[in-house]
Write a protein that binds this ligand. Structure first.
Ligand code: F6P
Length: 324
């Protein structure tokens, strides 16, 4: 098989802290293997719009410590069409680019996998999303930083909650999954954690709050954005109505969870995955994602990571009851 000479890298979907560390690793590892590395601006949108430029080693200096993505990102409607993917293919071909590295989440990988099959084009995915909801990897880039951001925010909320004897409902990100809520809830000593993976939690929460009476006057309840039983405002209203004398507040942490300096863990994982993605392309291992399983890099077929559902850690979930 011929040696691959040119690869491109892009970031897609929601940004995540550590994406820059992954870009840097792809560029530096690619160059050290003798490749020309191209960066695509604004994800698949830029691939279709031909916003592609060569990146040099110095272009990725001083970015490992920054959040966001220097390549910008987008969610592309056009890439969902065959005509959009054809334009993308032609733009890569016209530059002699023979492999594409996509840093993103499951939506991005679904598009990438479709593109790879349609055009027989080598693609490697790097899991980058704060949600950590990708099958085939224990951690996604940005998850650890987001967890630390949440814990920092909740520590501050706890000061005011306890000063006023208030019950705080705090919403954290995770459109479909409770990974952020579960781990940040444990780390911040939350009195309850509500996630979409578990049913009947609201009833249990009401019972707990009602049964506590004067024992504990302030509480932090972490709610995942994807929680289905009720939205956070409805929950707060229910507690106001059913727990006499309760003083309830809602705090939605929102996009602060997506920004900020990546933690050391995210920087190192992103660097390892960036190198692994380049090496996968060089060794002709295509249409895979660079997962981290038991702290080892493992290549998982993209088709599998898209199809399979990642479960929350049931042991961790079970431990919550003993910590409250
Ligand atoms: O996919 C990551 C995520 O942070 C979700 O948890 C959240 O629902 C979503 O992105 C928000 O996306 P946007 O910034 O496009 O509103």
């Amino acid at each position: 098989m011929e040696k691959i000479k040119r690869v491109a890298v892009l970031t897609s979907g929601g940004d995540a802290p550590g994406m820059n560390a992954a870009i840097r690793a792809v560029v530096r590892s690619g160059i050290s293997h003798g490749l020309k590395v191209y960066g695509v601006i604004r994800g698949f949108e830029g691939l279709i719009g031909n916003e592609i430029k060569q990146i040099l080693s110095t272009d990725v200096s001083n970015i490992i410590q920054t959040g966001g993505t220097i390549l910008k990102t987008a969610r592309s409607e056009e890439f969902m069409t065959a005509a959009g993917r054809l334009k993308a293919y032609e733009n890569l071909k016209s530059r002699g680019i023979e492999g594409l590295i996509v840093i993103g989440g499951d939506g991005s990988f679904a598009g990438a996998n479709q593109f790879a099959k349609e055009h027989n084009f080598p693609v490697v995915g790097i899991p980058g999303t704060i949600d950590n909801d990708l099958y085939g990897t224990d951690y996604t880039i940005g998850y650890d930083t987001a967890l630390n951001t949440v814990v920092d925010a909740v520590d501050k909320i706890r000061d005011t909650a306890s000063s006023h004897n208030r019950i705080f409902f705090v919403e954290v990100m995770g459109r479909e999954a409770g990974f952020i809520a579960l781990r940040s809830g444990i780390a911040s000593g939350a009195e309850a954690i509500l996630i979409p993976e578990v049913e009947g939690q609201l009833k249990k929460l009401m019972k707990t709050l009602a049964g506590r009476g004067e024992i504990k006057k302030s509480s932090i309840i972490i709610v995942a954005e994807g929680e289905r039983e009720a939205n956070i405002w409805e929950m707060a209203e229910l507690v106001r109505k059913e727990i006499p004398g309760s003083d309830v507040r809602v705090s939605i942490l929102g996009h602060i969870q997506r920004g900020g300096r990546p933690t050391a863990y995210d920087r190192v994982s992103a660097s390892r995955m960036g190198i692994a993605a380049v090496e996968a392309l060089i060794s002709h291992q295509y249409n895979v994602m660079t997962g981290l399983v038991n702290n080892k890099i493992s290549l998982v077929p993209l088709s599998k990571t898209i199809k399979m559902h990642k479960e929350v850690n049931r042991d961790l979930l079970a431990s919550v009851n003993q910590l409250i």
